[in-house]
Design a protein. Structure first.
Length: 82
């Protein structure tokens, strides 16, 4: 019996707090990176859903990292994003 899998834990916290007045520059910069990563992830999901010939996996580190986790043709995957 051989088991094979991959577990990715990503901390995307902070995106919802970027509009506070007391947010410093570092938090704002982090929130912008998170927002860009989530936008890139949305673009990838939409492109895959539409079966586009080009899927922009390399548009962010997040989508490049999760490329094989989300969209493997070899076997079905279960993905949970919280």
């Amino acid at each position: 019996l051989q088991a094979c899998g991959k577990l990715c834990l990503l901390d995307l916290a902070g995106n919802d707090r970027a509009d506070r007045a007391d947010t410093d520059a570092v938090r704002l910069k982090d929130a912008l990176h998170v927002a860009r990563s989530l936008a890139a992830l949305t673009e990838v999901v939409v492109a895959r859903g539409r079966r586009c010939t080009h899927v922009p996996y390399q548009s962010s580190k997040l989508t490049a990292l999760l490329q094989d986790v989300f969209f493997s043709e070899a076997q079905p995957r279960t993905t949970i994003i919280v």
